[in-house]
Design a protein around this ligand. Structure first.
Ligand SMILES: Nc1ncnc2c1ncn2[C@@H]1O[C@H](COP(=O)(O)OP(=O)(O)O)[C@@H](O)[C@H]1O
Ligand SMILES: [Mg+2]
Length: 323
């Protein structure tokens, strides 16, 4: 690989990790531009954490090359350590220390040069003014998450790895947390964030989709939806669960997901003209009528979830709500 390219924070080629017979990460090529929020989208077990651990230098690859901030990993992992931050879904806080003590302890470990000044800055930026003397263990999930993020950036890393950082918090905390991630990117930090949540993936500047350890697609959310070779339909019907069974058996249907009271259907064929689309809608309605259901089908713009279904050819694990 070339000398350090200042616009690329992470470059991996053929990155592979085996555990016995299992190929957890399978020849992944990755280019993460600096100052981006780069998403890693994939279901449980798709290899997100294993990839991140290799990129940080915590786990040795079975095969492949990695360059992070111009350093060859794992050989130069020690030098990388002070330039990166790492946060996981299990926030590694000291629950029996106060907020301020957590900062002080980490500042010491990281060798932060002017700790008091840096901690005051973090308290201000991350809104811990009134919470400094509170024990970390007594805070809410959202507060712990904010503290974990502030701790992860105490040494002002150029690159931050976040492995499913929002799994344990409520939707409002998730939203605030993402605002913070974009603030960090604006200030010059590169962020690699793994998630299995579509709405989070939609927010990333760029993302990679992993499935069974294979990188199946990457690009901006807009590029990914634009490239989709398929069409998406919304079906309103009297009995969505039964309708789903009928539609799944129709030719060309890649996936059907129940979202609230309607179904979202992805088909393989790309109908180009209005007549083709109308025909496709009618054939879904007719199939459901044949099964004794009244339904109405319309086309809808593709989203990342559709991309995900198309590239993985399986339904996502979106929790179904009672109709
Ligand atoms: N240390 C390990 N030993 C054996 N198998 C592992 C180990 N770590 C991860 N795996 C397996 O590798 C696959 C990918 O796991 P992981 O990277 O944790 O996925 P994700 O983070 O996307 O949920 C899974 O099948 C998992 O069981
Ligand atoms: Mg994981």
């Amino acid at each position: 690989m070339n000398a350090h390219d200042a616009d690329v924070a992470i470059r991996a080629r053929g990155l592979t990790r085996r555990f016995g017979d299992l190929v957890a990460v399978d020849h992944v090529d990755l280019d993460v531009p600096t100052r981006h929020v780069y998403g890693f989208l994939g279901p449980n077990g798709s290899g997100k954490s294993t990839t991140i651990r290799m990129l940080c230098g915590l786990l040795t690859p079975s095969e492949g090359e990695i360059e992070v901030l111009g350093l060859r990993i794992p050989a130069e992992a020690e030098a990388l350590r002070r330039h990166i931050g790492y946060m996981t879904q299990r926030f590694s806080l000291f629950e029996d220390l106060t907020v301020r003590e957590n900062f002080e302890f980490l500042a010491a470990i990281q060798g932060v040069s002017r700790p008091r000044q840096r901690i005051d800055e973090l308290v201000e930026q991350h809104h811990f003014g009134g919470l400094q003397q509170q024990l970390a263990g007594t805070m809410s999930g959202g507060q712990k998450q904010r503290l974990a993020l502030a701790c992860a950036v105490i040494h002002e890393p150029e690159l931050l790895f976040l492995d499913e950082p929002t799994s344990a918090v409520d939707p409002e905390s998730r939203r605030d947390f993402w605002e913070k991630l974009f603030e960090l990117a604006d200030a010059g930090t590169t962020l690699l964030v793994s998630t299995h949540l579509m709405d989070e993936a939609e927010r990333c500047h760029r993302l990679a989709i992993l499935d069974h350890g294979v990188l199946v697609a990457d690009g901006t959310p807009h590029e990914l939806t634009g490239r989709l070779q398929g069409r998406t339909f919304i079906v309103d019907s009297s009995d969505p669960r039964r309708a789903q069974k009928v539609i799944e058996r129709l030719p060309g249907v890649l996936g059907v997901a129940q979202i609230g009271n309607h179904l979202r259907v992805l088909t393989a064929a790309r109908e180009t003209d209005a007549k083709g689309m109308a025909d496709a809608c009618r054939s879904i309605d007719q199939a459901l009528a044949g099964a004794g259901q009244h339904a109405s089908t319309r086309e809808t713009p593709a989203n990342l979830e559709d991309v995900f279904v198309a590239v993985t050819r399986q339904e996502t694990k979106r929790p179904e709500r009672a109709a």
